[in-house]
Write a protein that binds this ligand. Structure first.
Ligand code: IVH
Length: 654
């Protein structure tokens, strides 16, 4: 088989698996197997740069940050929809359709109205060509490079004639929550809802940021399609697009209404937010006859769900102490029902949020609930007659320790590392799924362990006996035995788990992996200087400082020693190759190389036994510089680190 055929076949295979994973949510190989395929493809493309095409699965995040967005005209107006706010308005819409169609039979396609932002995607010659935001409906912004990073948007399709689809870019709730946690940790403002977050992610100038946000694209319209809308959706699905499967043909308005009611009660279980149901007349011939108003099609309507808000009163504001000692103010509310759930608490995030809302205790507020996330206060509706301001306590409500709010930080923190509230949160974090994974160590048990002083540090977990546990509330002998053995099993978990279990600020799952991979042991990390820490991938000054501070704390050093004594995993087998022309060498890439993408260069270096670091230090063996190299090049010159270009890199590899 020729290289060209090999590349072609590999791309088809990778595309197949991407479609299974990102569009159908039904992967048929493991992530690791998929990675191997992609790496193989990258390696082939690196050796044969002339075979690289824009629609290759390797090119999704190739682009450079841009200066700004270019305006682009839509092929035909990208209209919005008229709304029906209740049953009466929906029936009125239906009556108008019936009248305009003069007694002809018709039916609707009912679809979920996903709460994101609309985007058009154009294809030509079987490849993705461009993506445009809605803008004012006539002219939008060219977001092609960012859209490429959305994995559910196919880069290659069978149809070679030009066509355009329209759909919704959405961020799933889980990604949204995770992003906000990260933003808070970094001292950034939270996004108010997944829609704003999705819009922000699609409109950043750097496609790598968009890629990290894990957006989805659900297609809901094929421009200029013949036949019927339901056939179009089916064809789009067959062509590899992600089409929301939660849709139904409704033969009359009563069926339509029951679809609305059904999804109103099921919507909280969806991984993304919806704000209503869209009904479209199915037959395209009938759509044409119904036509458009200046604003919207006459053949479609959005039935909007009432926002899940309720007015209630703030009785008090309490503070909760988290694992890092951060205090979160929580509003205690006069209990109210919101879509079948009693709401009595709402998060206020931090002091700045309370100031922004101009909220005081005693005020009447609007509270909103979305999905299973903690309800939040949207605004003050009426000031209370006897309102009083909330003051952040100067001492921890749990342990009496000092509260400090550092310059530039949103959160106030309890600085007592022995604070029982912090300890409980630390144990919760330590044992949670994805960290040390200790089954059976639930909240009620953790509370008792801390309150009875059986656990004063996470290291104490490894000293617990089944007898001690069996004496606690709601603990039988059998479950006590299970918990002890689950705790014991957790010793064997790999170093990255332990590292993220320590709860060092900014050191989550991914950073832990990268640190373990770079240093090979916990001692290596604990003993590293800021410079050395920053030699690890994705570790910048802020993360390095946080790690340094953690290990500088005598108490944390005691904890580490106790965990070592308990037999936890302190070393990590570095997957890096120790043979090859670049074995033992650390390289830093900067600027745009003439032929290699960053990923491809990294792959080549790693295949040759070398390592790629994110920042330049004295330990850097070479800096590979391309066009528009920035501060890393300056730093290399300052530190007298050899600077080479792509050609010299290839010579080293040969
Ligand atoms: S159809 C002519 N279908 O809702 C086609 N829109 O309020 C017009 N939306 O701008 C759009 N889910 O951004 C359609 N299944 C769906 C939708 C949907 C979400 C958004 C879309 C539109 C807005 C109208």
């Amino acid at each position: 088989m020729s290289v060209q055929e090999q590349v072609h076949q590999l791309r088809e295979t990778v595309r197949h698996h991407e479609h299974q994973y990102y569009v159908l949510d039904a992967p048929d190989i493991s992530d690791a197997e998929y990675d191997v395929l992609v790496r193989e493809l990258q390696a082939l493309e690196t050796r044969h740069p002339e075979l690289v095409t824009a629609d290759s699965p390797t090119q999704r995040v190739g682009g450079k940050p841009r200066e700004g967005f270019v305006k682009m005209a839509h092929s035909s107006a990208m209209l919005s929809l008229d709304n029906a706010l209740d049953e009466t308005e929906l029936r009125a819409f239906d009556a108008r359709v019936r009248e305009l169609l003069g007694g002809e039979e018709y039916r609707y396609v009912a679809e979920l109205k996903m709460d994101g932002l609309s985007m058009a995607a154009r294809y030509e010659g079987g490849s993705f060509l461009a993506a445009i935001t809605r803008g004012d409906g006539e002219i939008g912004e060219d977001v092609t490079a960012n859209a490429r990073t959305i994995r559910s948007l196919p880069m290659k399709v069978a149809q070679t004639e030009p066509f355009e689809v329209r759909g919704e870019v959405v961020m799933h709730r889980a990604a949204f929550d995770r992003m906000n946690v990260e933003r808070e940790a970094a001292g950034l403002a939270r996004f108010a809802n997944p829609r704003n977050a999705a819009a922000g992610a699609l409109r950043v100038l750097d496609p790598t940021v968009t890629a990290s946000r894990r957006l989805h694209y659900y297609t809901y319209f094929l421009v200029g399609a013949p036949g019927s809308h339901s056939e179009s959706l089916e064809r789009l699905h067959q062509a590899g697009f992600k089409v929301n499967p939660n849709r139904r043909i409704c033969h009359d308005i009563d069926e339509a209404l029951s679809f609305c009611r059904e999804w109103d009660s099921k919507r909280d279980g969806l991984p993304y937010e919806i704000d209503g149901i869209v009904f479209k007349v199915d037959s395209v011939a009938q759509q044409v006859r119904l036509g458009y108003t200046a604003r919207a099609p006459r053949w479609a309507i959005a039935f909007k769900y009432a926002a899940r808000q309720v007015e209630t009163r703030v009785l008090d504001i309490l503070v909760q102490v988290g694992r890092t000692g951060a205090l979160t103010p929580v509003a205690v509310l006069e209990p109210k029902q919101v879509s079948g759930v009693t709401v009595s608490r709402a998060t206020l995030h931090n002091e700045d949020e309370i100031a922004r809302l101009q909220l005081q205790i005693g005020d009447s507020v609007i509270v909103e609930r979305s999905g299973d996330v903690i309800p939040k206060v949207v605004r003050v509706e009426a000031r209370g007659a006897e309102r009083r301001p909330f003051l952040m306590p100067t001492h921890c409500p749990v342990c009496g320790g000092h509260i400090v709010r550092e310059e530039g930080e949103a959160a106030s923190r309890c600085i007592n590392t022995n604070c029982p509230a912090r300890l409980k949160e630390s144990v919760r974090h330590f044992s949670s799924r994805g960290v040390m994974n200790i089954d059976g160590l639930g909240d009620a048990l953790i509370d008792q362990l801390v309150e009875k002083s059986l656990v004063k540090s996470v290291a104490d977990l490894y000293q617990l006996t089944a007898e001690q546990l069996a004496g606690l509330d709601r603990m039988g002998e059998k479950s006590a035995g299970n918990v002890v053995s689950n705790i014991s099993d957790s010793r064997k978990l790999p170093l990255p788990r332990l590292l993220s279990a320590l709860g060092i600020r900014f050191v989550g799952e991914r950073t832990s992996e990268l640190l373990a991979e770079h240093f090979g042991s916990l001692d290596g990390i604990a003993g590293a200087t800021t410079e050395e820490l920053q030699g690890a991938e994705e570790v910048g000054p802020k993360v390095a400082e946080s790690i340094l501070n953690f290990f500088a704390e005598p108490e944390n050093r005691v904890l580490v020693e106790r965990l070592r004594d308990a037999g936890l995993t302190f070393t990590h087998t570095i997957r890096r190759k120790t043979v090859g022309p670049l074995a033992g060498k650390t390289l830093v890439l900067t600027g745009t190389l003439p032929t290699l993408t960053r990923d491809a260069a990294k792959q080549l270096i790693e295949d040759a036994g070398g390592k790629v670091a994110g920042s330049v230090s004295r330990k850097t063996s070479y800096v590979v510089a391309g066009a528009d190299a920035g501060s890393k090049l300056d730093k290399a010159r300052d530190l007298a680190v050899p600077v080479i270009d792509e050609k010299e890199l290839m010579d080293l590899l040969a």
